[in-house]
Write a protein that binds this ligand. Structure first.
Ligand code: SF4
Length: 398
């Protein structure tokens, strides 16, 4: 049952009926060398874990009071939510689903912290989808990435995930990385084959390494200590793994995501369609739509500040200009196999797609997009030059 306290927050003043929920758990055991997400190693968060969760639960409680219907989808991400106890996760998920189960509830989990103590989350259907970060099955590559897990941890995690799927029907997704130092195309394909053989997942996210400034990896790359592929090398590598996944029956429904049948991630579709989602926790971002406007909220990247701060403090609101809204819409929609639906676009922005972007479309190579009067959708060749295409769309807006 929903709690009965009176709501008092002043942020997130409008909550639309269709609303997804994201909760950020910025706790990791150790930090990976390539990571640009906000997370802290264990020694930095241990003393803050309970206060962090206390504030999170207060905020969630108030949101649940004001939003008296199930969230469209829920995503508990990080960091590694596996750094929380079963009781903490169960309490949070029960509160988030006070008004009924969400159609999809995903939890991210690192293999080394996943164990049977968390199985009741899946048995009770509080979680319907498990997303596990594997990245590579090779110990040398994992060490280069500064991963906490090694091959034996990954094998154990995959086996437990399969057990959860077989026992409770939980949908499985695994994250893999490609174009990594020391990784060949044959190794990347073997990683995919091994995971498919062991767990038969319905979803795989496949990320190409990006060397983010300020990370330990970027330091080594800039000193010439780690070789990384150039653009042509990355493109050849990506074609190899994309074709391999398709040969195994996965459809390429977003630049970095593949699924079988209709098992795409509903929560992430909310982001790509620029629908409303509420993000709670340090570094979490929200996007709330109201008519033709879109408001972003962002919370500072500092878990201690969040843990010690007053409820709903620190969320900075920014209403996007129409041009920013349009740019973001195109940037997100072009990532997917749905692309831009011209009627939806016209309803949302009161603009004709063909009049607004006709000259951009004419400037593109024919094989970068699929021809259709109703939609504008990129091909996989288009995905390879996505940044260039997004830039041309942005320039067309002046
Ligand atoms: S486990 Fe994930 S969030 Fe944590 S440091 Fe590694 S990549 Fe970043």
């Amino acid at each position: 049952m929903p709690p009965s306290a009176k709501p008092s927050s002043h942020v997130f003043s409008t909550l639309p009926d269709q609303l997804s929920l994201y909760v950020h758990i910025p706790f990791c055991t150790t930090c990976c060398s390539y990571c640009a997400f906000y997370s802290e190693p264990e020694e930095s968060w241990l003393e803050h874990r309970q206060p962090y969760m206390d504030r999170l639960m207060h905020e969630l409680e108030e949101i649940v009071l004001r939003h008296d219907r199930p969230f469209s989808s829920i995503f508990i991400g990080g960091g590694n939510p596996g750094c929380l106890t079963y009781q903490q996760l169960d309490g949070m998920l029960a509160l988030a689903q006070s008004h009924g189960k969400s159609e999809e509830c995903t939890i991210e989990m690192n293999p080394e912290t996943f164990d049977t103590s968390l199985f009741p989350l899946f048995a009770s259907k509080k979680v319907t989808r498990l997303s596990m970060g594997i990245q590579s099955m090779d110990d040398t590559v994992l060490a280069t990435l500064g991963r906490n897990a090694r091959r034996h941890d990954n094998l154990k995690g995959i086996s437990l995930a399969k057990e959860v799927h077989d026992l409770y029907g939980t949908d499985l997704s695994f994250d893999l990385m490609v174009c990594l130092p020391g990784q060949t195309l044959a190794m990347a394909k073997a990683d995919i084959d091994e995971i498919v053989c062991l767990a038969d997942p319905s979803h795989i996210s496949l990320y190409c390494l990006t060397v983010e400034e300020g990370t330990a990896l970027s330091d080594k790359v800039s000193k010439g200590l780690l070789p990384v592929l150039d653009e042509d090398g990355q493109e050849a590598f990506l074609w190899g793994v994309w074709d391999h996944l398709k040969s195994l029956g996965f459809s390429h429904y977003e630049v970095s995501n593949f699924c079988k049948g209709s098992k795409y991630c509903k929560h992430n579709r909310t982001y790509w369609n620029l629908e409303s989602y509420l993000g709670l926790g340090s570094s979490a971002v929200s996007a709330i739509r109201g008519g033709q406007t879109l408001c972003h909220y962002s919370q500072e990247e500092d878990l201690a500040t969040y843990a010690q701060g007053k409820d709903f403090s620190g969320y900075v609101a920014e209403t996007l200009t129409e041009k920013e809204h349009l740019e973001e819409y195109c940037m997100m929609a072009l990532r997917t196999d749905v692309g831009i639906d011209k009627i939806v676009f016209e309803k949302r922005f009161s603009l004709s797609f063909d009049e607004t972007f006709g000259s951009v479309v004419e400037s593109l190579q024919d094989d970068w997009y699929a021809k259709s009067p109703q939609r504008f959708v990129l091909t996989e060749i288009g995905y390879m030059v996505l940044d260039e295409i997004v830039l041309r769309f942005a320039l067309a807006l002046g």
